[in-house]
Design a protein around this ligand. Sequence first.
Ligand code: ADP
Length: 481
Amino acid sequence: MKKVLHISTECYPAAKSGGLGDVVGALPVYQEKFDIEASVIIPKYNLPWFQKQNFTTEFSGHIQLAEYGYNFEVQKLKDGVLPYPLYCIDIPNLFDRPSIYLDEHGKGYQDEPQRNIAFQRTILQWLVKCNKDFDLLHCHDHQSGLIPFFTKFVPKFSSLSWIPTIFTIHNAQYRGIFQWYFQKYLPAYDWQHNGWLDWDHCINSLAAAVKVADIVTTVSPNYMAEISMYSGNLETLFRSEQQKCTGIINGIDTEVWDPKTDKYLDHKRTHHWQTFKNKNKKSLCEEFNLDPKLPLISFIGRLANEKGADFLGESIYHACKMQSNASFILLGSGDKEIENDLLTLQSYFPDRVASIIKYDEGLAHKIYAGSDFLMMPSRFEPCGLNQMYAMHYGTIPIVRSTGGLKDTVPDISEDGNGIAYLESSAGALTHSIMRALELYSNKEQFKKLRKKVIAIDFSWEKSAQKYFDLYHQILEKQLQT
Ligand code: ADP
């Protein structure tokens, strides 16, 4: 049985701000079925989940980042809470904060370089000092992107240099770019290796990982193709490394996301889908004073431009003005301007629009279960999980065809499973909302499509198999060298 360590800043249910948390929380469960013993390590945050758990200390150490010294501990979650071993790095003053990435003004923490570098260095210090015997390190996103470089080129971590690394890009927009000034926080290495870290005269954690890791994956095949064509100056890198790059679509955790057992739903699925949908829609509409007889179109997600959330206000305004008979539930938080936009929209149409500005896991489940349609007007979307949750709960996706959305939601005009459009604009979203309403008015066609999306298998098995094949490939290669 091969031992893999997933290194990430999120893992559901401990810490989640989006899809990364879902993936790292679920993939290890499915890997066990492929005879892989997967463990996860994340930072220990000051979040409610951590306060309710018991941990044992595995290792205590100290790390010096130039003038700043930090004591840290590697703690292991008590057995039996999660189906796989979860380790947390507790670094007081760096991670014991109430939010994963953002300060109280919604801005990224100023000390991100220190946080990321300390996280990665402390993990490697633990692995070296405790002789941990992982066969493979699986790094997720730029916060762990320097690990392949550290294991290969930092003398004090040389005992780890034989361990293959795999780097998964969940979002290439975030890159962990630091000025060379922050080199002082890195562990000592020969300066001749600077080229591995550099991209455009900065330290670029994501680019370094793409250069040094043995294998690079993105969370959908189409996203891999897209970032090789346009990714704001990394195209040439992706193209030159394409032989080790591949896209694997995420799955969904069908144990957590099961309409029959979902702990957040008042009305679980028993026999009839129609009853399941009707009851959940009714409860949801009652909670937000909306008319359950109208089609219900929702949005769940970070209120960010990349999600196309800035199109929602204008687009729904026009849809409502066109006398379209529909209600809207919008759940999200993030950009303050977009938050205000959605609240203003609600004030214009209080009986048609509910804007809920917060992160609420339980409400998200209720919305997937109770809605007729889910909008994802993303400018880009590495994989997107919401469309899969939606379909699994009998809700038809309305998506802009990009990244993983293109892989998972072909348009109904092509015998697909949702409403997909190309142009990234408020007008194109309004047009798609109108298409959705037309579809809804044709009861037979709508029911048929609902039946079709429910039957699609989005479970992790197929993708876990693909990761297994990649692991196997690099471990075999390592044996031959
Ligand atoms: P990303 O990781 O880019 O934010 P994904 O589609 O990969 O997007 O994952 C989004 C995940 O976060 C889904 O599980 C979605 O339900 C959840 N989510 C996003 N915003 C909220 C919110 N405001 N409340 C509850 N869940 C949310």
